[in-house]
Structure formats: structure tokens, C-alpha cells
Design a protein. Structure first.
Length: 219
């Protein structure tokens, strides 16, 4: 295993009990400029410190100890969202169905074409980059929302619900002028360029609180 210096580049982790497979995959990825760190078992991978950078996991299915499929389940239980590409010399349909239903990006049977693996790795790294961008966006949106006063949050929630200023004023027992002032503060603090932006942000805050968020495409 070659230990590569930590920087902001993506990392491809390889977990396979066959050292020749690990070596060949490391060489393949190095040939196209991708960082690779390999391990002989899932436990070795778990014990290794992993930099907070876009990454994916090339995982063998059948290994001594914890199998690749069982490790996929364990990762889900631990909240590890790294995209997985399975490789195996002894795969079958039930295995591949289980892996893909659990979110695997690809399930490749050895011997496979190098380009198939490289395409799956690029797809996986792109997916992880998008997920990380979503996490950053979510954190920024939560930061903005936290700057609102309780009164401003009340106004924002009713604006997102589709109420007009006059209706909001009646609902909150406020003057319409006060509602307009608070609405302006909400727009400024939430960095919303339009009502559509504010509604979209509000819907995503609501979805986040219920665990059904979809952060793709948010500005």
C-alpha cells in the first residue's frame, strides 16, 4: 500500500484481500492521476484515518471476516455515505440486486474492462462531490435561518405558505407595515433575491426538519 499525502484531491479507496488486485488497481488509477489507498480488509479501512475530501470505495464482495455486502450495511448503519463500487469474481444476481438496492453505484464481475471501472469511479466521485456541495449549502442555509428573529421566522413561514402581507398581518395581529418591514429583513438575512428564492429556501428548511430534504440545484 502506498500512503499518499493528504491534500484536497479526491481519493479512491480499495478494499480487497487479494494483494495483486490491490496493486493492479492502484497502478491503473495512478496512470490517470487519481489517488488510491488500498486495504486488505474492511476493518483495516475502518481503522484508517480518512481525509474529508471527495472519495469512493472499490469493494470486493467476498473477503475473510466481514464481507463486502455486510460492510455496505454497516456503513449505512454508521451514516457513512461514501459511494461504493463492488467488484467480485463470484457474483450472482441476488448479490448484485442486494448491492444496488442498498445504493451501490456499480457491481462489476471480474474480469471486467478497465474503462468500466474508471467510468464507475468517475461517476462515484462526481456523486460524492455533489453530496458534499449539498451539505455545504444546507449548513449555509441553516446559518442564514438562525439569524432570523422569532417574529421574522413567523413571517417567513407564512410567506412560504402563500399568504399575502394583509393576511399575515391579521394572522399575527400585526400592522401591515410591520409585516412589510419583517419581510424585508427576512429577504435580506436569507439572501433571497426573489419571492421564489425565499419559498424554495423555506421548503428546504421544512424538508430538512422532516428528513426528506432534496438539496440539488439550490443557489
Amino acid at each position: 500500500m502506498v500512503d499518499i499525502p493528504d491534500n484536497n484531491a479526491s481519493i479512491v479507496y480499495i478494499v480487497d484481500d487479494d494483494s495483486s488486485v490491490r496493486d493492479s488497481l492502484e497502478d491503473l488509477l495512478a496512470s490517470i492521476g487519481l489517488r488510491a489507498i488500498s486495504f486488505p480488509s474492511a476493518q483495516h479501512f475502518m481503522d484508517h484515518e480518512r481525509p474529508d475530501v471527495p472519495s469512493c470505495l472499490v469493494l470486493d464482495v467476498r473477503m475473510p471476516g466481514l464481507s463486502g455486502l455486510d460492510f455496505q450495511d454497516k456503513m449505512a448503519d454508521l451514516g457513512m455515505t461514501m459511494p461504493i463500487i463492488f467488484i467480485t469474481a463470484h457474483g450472482d444476481v441476488p448479490m448484485s440486486v442486494r448491492a444496488m438496492k442498498a445504493g451501490a453505484v456499480e457491481f462489476l464481475i471480474k474480469p471486467f474492462r478497465e474503462q468500466e471501472l474508471l467510468d464507475a469511479i468517475q461517476q462515484s466521485l462526481s456523486r460524492d462531490k455533489e453530496r458534499r456541495q449539498g451539505v455545504d449549502i444546507r449548513a449555509d442555509l441553516c446559518r442564514r435561518y438562525a439569524t432570523l428573529s422569532d417574529g421574522e421566522k413567523d413571517v417567513m413561514n407564512l410567506v412560504v405558505a402563500g399568504l399575502l402581507n394583509k393576511q399575515i398581518a391579521a394572522h399575527l395581529a400585526l400592522s401591515e407595515v410591520t409585516v412589510k418591514v419583517r419581510r424585508g429583513q427576512v429577504m435580506r438575512k436569507m439572501e433571497a433575491r426573489s419571492l421564489a428564492d425565499l419559498v424554495r429556501y423555506g421548503e428546504r428548511i421544512r424538508a430538512e426538519s422532516t428528513g426528506t430534504h432534496n438539496w440539488s440545484g439550490m443557489s
